[in-house]
Design a binder for this molecule. Structure first.
Ligand SMILES: [Zn+2]
Length: 398
């Protein structure tokens, strides 16, 4: 029987029916909220032009120092929270804040669904470079059921991780009286979202629902699951288990004096490859011994066995996978030509993440047939057609 789902995830329905690829990089107009100009150039590339030509980075650094001076404490208490996986970007931010700008950061970590060895080691290495860290690991039974619910109804098991990854640091900030929460890059500006974010140093909580939570609150999602899924019930959790899947309310944040997610990429020019060299040098960071499936890189998103499926499902939904993510940024940063990017896309984009497939099925407690039924339920007809019983992507980059 084919899997039937509700349409809780609206972005997929909104994507343009005619596929266009950026003439300068390797992203298409299927990316939610991306904008193309009349010359067919995407907002990710135009944002890079803006960063290269229009932003006064010395002035931005002065703004950073002002902000940090405003929050800096002399009583020995933490004065900034850095949500950190121990990956290259968050380790870079925490290390810069502490050692270059003299702040006293606390790093907080929301556990991946299933840690890889290299992910655990990099988190420990980051802690060993001079940070206190709070790691939160959610109720394992609930987390797995929520991951399955998120895969079935939002096309992304990893979404359950995103909920906690964004919400948990703000609970810690409010509880510990820390008003500044620093993230690495602003995805909207760096990866080709809405250009209006280029000149915004932080993102208030009112924008998280649509930009991070796929337009559905955790409560609505859970209620939907309890009503419609036999595998999840109120027996699986106590109310306290749910606390960190939702951010504090905007009232609570306001009372705590917390503006939102601050972005280091607003203040300092964001070049992922350079962050990588920095953390290898300063934070004991180690890349994967082999390339990540679905791309050519070895240094980003290494800590979760499950996140390959996040990129794979995005490839099914939007025709944009993990290789695109790496190559588009490196083309904009001048590390690759578009032709080299296309060659990498032809080789790696959309590769199935088979290495951890069994772990993924076991984690979610689903069969392989059910997995493929779910995947097929997310194939947009304008992107996919079946030829000789094989699904073929209709608009590869050229
Ligand atoms: Zn572009």
């Amino acid at each position: 029987m084919t899997f039937q789902r509700a349409d809780l995830e609206k972005q997929v329905l909104d994507s343009p029916k005619e596929v266009k690829w950026c003439t300068r990089c390797v992203v298409s107009n299927q990316r939610p909220r991306i904008i193309f100009n009349d010359d067919g150039v995407c907002s990710g590339c135009l944002n890079t032009d803006y960063k290269n030509n229009n932003v006064d980075w010395d002035e931005r650094e002065r703004e950073l120092v002002d902000l940090l001076n405003h929050h800096r404490r002399n009583d020995g208490h933490w004065d900034v929270i850095v949500p950190s996986s121990g990956g290259k970007d968050s380790s870079y931010v925490a290390h810069q804040l502490r050692y270059k700008y003299g702040m006293n950061p606390l790093t907080v970590t929301w556990s991946p669904l299933k840690y890889t060895d290299i992910g655990r080691k990099n988190l420990q290495a980051s802690i060993d470079s001079g940070f206190s860290n709070i790691l939160s690991t959610p109720n394992g039974i609930l987390q797995r059921k929520l991951a399955r619910l998120c895969l079935e109804e939002l096309g992304d098991a990893f979404h359950v991780f995103v909920l906690g990854q964004i919400s948990f640091p703000f609970h810690m900030a409010a509880k510990l009286g820390v008003k500044l929460v620093f993230y690495g890059e602003n995805g909207e500006a760096e990866y080709g979202g809405d250009p209006e974010y280029l000149d915004k140093p932080y993102k208030p909580s009112s924008e998280w629902l649509n930009q991070h939570f796929k337009g559905i609150s955790f409560k609505e999602l859970l209620e939907y699951g309890i009503k419609n899924k036999s595998y999840i019930s109120e027996e699986d959790y106590a109310d306290s288990d749910l606390m960190f899947y939702e951010p504090p309310s905007s009232d609570q944040l306001e009372k705590a004096g917390i503006l939102g997610k601050h972005f280091f990429s607003y203040y300092k020019k964001w070049i992922p490859q350079e962050n990588y060299y920095y953390v290898v040098e300063n934070c004991g960071f180690k890349p994967n011994p082999e390339r990540n499936e679905g791309t050519y890189s070895k240094y980003s998103s290494l800590d979760d066995m499950m996140d390959g499926f996040h990129y794979y499902l995005r490839y099914i939904k939007f025709g944009l996978g993990r290789c695109m993510e790496d190559a588009a940024h490196e083309i904009r940063d001048g590390h690759l030509t578009r032709e080299e990017g296309i060659a990498l896309m032809e080789r790696y984009e959309g590769d199935f993440p088979k290495k951890y497939f069994q772990e993924f099925l076991e984690y979610l407690d689903i069969t392989e047939d059910h997995f493929w039924d779910i995947v097929d339920s997310w194939r947009a007809p304008h992107l996919w057609e079946k030829i000789n019983r094989e699904w073929v992507f209709k608009h590869p980059i050229k």
